[in-house]
Design a protein around this ligand. Structure first.
Ligand SMILES: O=C(O)[C@@H](CO)OP(=O)(O)O
Length: 345
């Protein structure tokens, strides 16, 4: 049956259990508490104030697809019995968010924004480690920013995936690019994961801070001013984007392009940046503009959400493919993990 141990176990996790795990934290205790208790009404206020108004529209667009993989993965499912089950649509989908691994400018403590800087060796290792953590979670589509550090992270992470599907960058920038990158085998297509690059998921544009040293900037303009530029919701850095401005394009893109995929049951991974992901998490977790100030993301730590009945349920950061860790708060899930490992031994 489609109702696998993974489903049951994941479904029985309580939301308060999702706050464990690294990669995502709110510094204030109060903020964490309000996260789990906050209702939809706050979000509506936020939506009205900002430009996330396409949510309603995007929810009405339901695409159908036969190539989706359910949140439980038939290949990885302990029962692994029927092909019918594998075709059955799930009303759940996994959403993995991952901030890129350490970049060369993270290492040098420079404001980076939209400057296109690659990963360090440590960043490469972080991306591979991230891939191990999510290697059991099915991925049907990948979205990255147009910046190389996010793309490297996505690709390196996918080298660790158990399904061994091939991530293929989609080239829609011109008719010729589309035509010249076509795949003519349906069988091969099924073994591919489309990778869509979107500038809307880029890091916030840091304006005249790009290339400056963060410490030196704090020494010059004061710690408080620099903190406000870096973490506040609506104060833009000089000639750059505030988090609010970044959200206007990143969340709109999420609403218009990514949510319809989740609604159709596709499992999606997004590899992006500290601030573009902060704005998306603010939307997913219904954070207020005060709460988001304390939201910090580590490099190369994946975070999992389950999209179910129009809601995003945060599951935290998978510790590893076979470690009980964050997921193992229920017996059923621990058992599923154990069976999975036995299957692949
Ligand atoms: O420099 C940047 O682009 C970002 C992310 O590294 O910095 P911050 O920590 O200020 O968001």
């Amino acid at each position: 049956m489609a109702a696998t141990a993974f489903h049951q176990a994941i479904g029985s996790l309580q939301s308060h259990e999702c706050f464990h795990g690294s990669g995502f934290h709110l510094e204030s205790q109060n903020a964490s508490v309000s996260l789990v208790s906050r209702g939809f009404s706050v979000e509506v206020g936020l939506l009205r104030g900002g430009s996330y108004c396409s949510k309603k529209k995007s929810f009405s667009v339901i695409q159908s697809s036969s190539s989706q993989t359910a949140v439980f993965d038939p290949v990885l499912s302990p029962s692994n019995k029927t092909t019918n089950d594998s075709k059955k649509k799930s009303n759940e989908a996994a959403l993995i968010l991952i901030r890129h691994g350490e970049s060369l400018w993270n290492e040098k403590n420079l404001f980076t924004g939209c400057v296109d800087v690659p990963l360090t060796k440590k960043g490469v290792e972080e991306a591979i480690e991230a891939g191990k953590r999510i290697s059991n979670i099915p991925v049907d589509m990948i979205y990255t920013s147009s910046l190389i550090r996010a793309q490297m992270t996505a690709m390196l992470a996918m080298t660790q995936h158990r399904r061994k599907k091939v991530p293929i960058v989609t080239h829609n920038e011109s008719e010729q690019a589309k035509a010249w990158s076509q795949i003519f085998s349906e069988e091969t297509k099924k073994q591919c994961i489309p990778v869509i690059t979107a500038w809307q998921l880029n890091e916030r544009m840091y304006g005249e801070l790009q290339g400056l040293n963060k410490q030196e900037t704090a020494d010059r303009y004061g710690k408080e001013q620099v903190h406000e530029w870096r973490r506040s919701y609506d104060t833009p850095p000089p000639n750059g984007e505030s988090l609010e401005m970044c959200a206007q394009r990143a969340v709109a893109y999420f609403n218009e392009q990514i949510e319809p995929q989740l609604l159709s049951g596709k499992n999606v991974m997004i590899a992006a940046h500290g601030n573009s992901l902060r704005s998306i998490i603010m939307y997913l977790d219904k954070l207020t503009s005060q709460e988001v100030i304390s939201l910090e993301l580590s490099t190369g730590i994946p975070m999992l959400y389950i999209f179910k009945e129009g809601r995003f349920i945060r599951r935290g950061s998978p510790v590893g493919p076979s470690e009980a860790g964050v997921y193992a708060y229920t017996k059923g899930l621990a058992l599923y993990r154990q069976r999975l490992d036995e299957m692949f031994q």
